[in-house]
Design a protein around this ligand. Structure first.
Ligand code: BGC
Length: 428
């Protein structure tokens, strides 16, 4: 065997409701589309029509052998107007969870993944004074309806990416550009993570539950390792992007550039380490990006498998808990290097001594990839947005084989991985 997985290790897939469900819901992302902000004009109301096709999609996951599924629910659908919750939508998601359980697929529920009702946005989103109460009301309803079925939760997905894209780079709703707002949002989301963590544990006391937040981590590196200026800058960027947030969400320790807006006390606020890892960022001054001549994907992101271990080690050194890779995947339009990408990241993980318990591939099916629309396929299954036919890619068959073998055999490696090569990034 090229890789043998540990006994209690599980392979899964991850998705987010807004990216696959479809339907004209009144969310900040549907609104962003109506404002003409999606690069290829794709409409999230289409996506994978998964809301209607959930039965078939779960059957397909089961056919692929998927052992655990990280999925999300759409807040805007559950609470279409303030304080008015839609019981039929809760019933729908409950049925979905029940189907997973019937198939023996372990659910990992994400409660917030970049998307909320437009009425919440109109009130000022997370910056409004009412936001914590409104958010916790939504969380309480989710727990009321799902807590008996779900043992594992992600509170909030990638607070750093949401804050930066929406409040600094202007790319995502609400499209602001303010350093102050950006770090305020990050601080509020970290606080809401802690409150949600506590609320889940307060609510479910009859059995063990596990809660964390999905942290988007990168490896940051100076382009010229001997440049003091670049080294300094790299440390600042890394701290602002991820390290301060780790301290806040893990320990309730808020330090600059973050603040403690809800005056929370210190403690430990994760039961496992949840990592979303995609790439390394090279810092060369005010311009940062992809290292010259490196391997890269179709969005130009560097492919750097060792990085998944580097970031996991950094967090494990702070808090030695089980590690779930809650997202890892790549944009590969022709599916010509995805299997190699998966293999190399798993290899790096299993060559380390870290307690890696889960790997959730991002993603099950090519989906509505936020601002990129329908033009950034990360799936193991083809996203046919027109006819909604599901076709498993070669990488999907590879993934299935890994689950069957609980590792990567020599033969599987020879068939799926050996022939594959990555793109090469342009010289700078
Ligand atoms: C997000 C996903 C997204 C993926 C690929 C992650 O940052 O959580 O929603 O699709 O990256 O861009």
């Amino acid at each position: 065997m090229k890789i043998t997985f540990k006994k209690d290790f599980m392979l899964g897939v991850a998705t987010a409701a807004t990216q696959i469900d479809g339907g004209e819901v009144n969310s900040n992302w549907n609104q962003w589309y109506h404002l003409g902000k999606i690069k290829d004009g794709a409409n999230p109301a289409i996506a994978n029509d998964h809301y209607q096709r959930v039965r078939d999609d779960l059957k397909l996951m089961h056919d692929l052998g998927i052992q655990t599924y990280r999925f999300g629910v759409e807040w805007a659908r559950l609470e279409p107007s303030p304080g008015q919750f839609d019981e039929t939508v809760f019933a729908h998601y409950r049925q979905e969870i029940q189907m997973m359980l019937d198939y023996g697929i372990k659910p990992l529920l994400t409660l917030y993944h970049f998307s909320h009702p437009q009425w919440f946005e109109d009130q000022g989103g997370f910056l409004s004074a009412a936001a914590p109460a409104v958010f916790m009301r939504y969380i309480d309803q989710c727990l009321l309806h799902f807590a008996d079925l779900v043992d594992e939760y992600i509170t909030i997905n990638e607070p750093n990416v949401y804050a930066l894209e929406g409040y600094f780079f202007k790319e995502w709703p609400p499209g602001h550009h303010s350093t102050r707002e950006c770090f305020k949002i990050m601080s509020i989301l970290a606080s809401l993570h802690i409150m949600t963590y506590q609320r889940i544990h307060d609510t479910i006391q009859d059995r063990p539950v596990r809660v964390s937040f999905a942290h988007h981590l990168r490896v940051f590196t100076p382009e010229k390792p001997r440049s003091l200026y670049q080294k300094h800058l790299t440390a600042i960027v890394q701290r602002a992007f991820q390290d301060a947030l780790t301290q806040a969400c893990f320990f309730g320790k808020f330090s600059l550039p973050l603040t403690n807006p809800l005056h929370l006390v210190r403690g430990i606020y994760v039961d496992f380490i949840a990592i979303n890892y995609y790439t390394r960022t090279t810092i060369s001054g005010l311009k940062d990006g992809t290292r010259a001549n490196s391997d890269c994907n179709d969005l130009g992101w560097e492919i750097y498998p060792q990085g998944i271990v580097d970031v996991a080690q950094q967090l494990y050194a702070l808090l030695p808990l089980d590690i779930y890779i809650t997202e890892n995947g790549t944009c590969d339009r022709q599916d010509t290097f995805r299997s190699r990408y998966i293999y190399e990241h798993l290899l790096a993980l299993f060559q380390s001594e870290l307690p890696i318990k889960r790997y959730y591939h991002w993603t099950f099916i090519d989906n509505f990839e936020w601002i990129e629309g329908e033009n950034a396929p990360f799936g193991l299954v083809i996203g046919d947005f027109k006819h909604q036919v599901r076709t498993v890619k070669q990488s999907g068959r590879f993934y299935k084989q890994l689950i069957i073998d609980h590792g990567v055999s020599e033969e599987t490696y020879r068939i799926y991985v050996e022939p594959q090569t990555y793109n090469r990034a342009a010289p700078r």
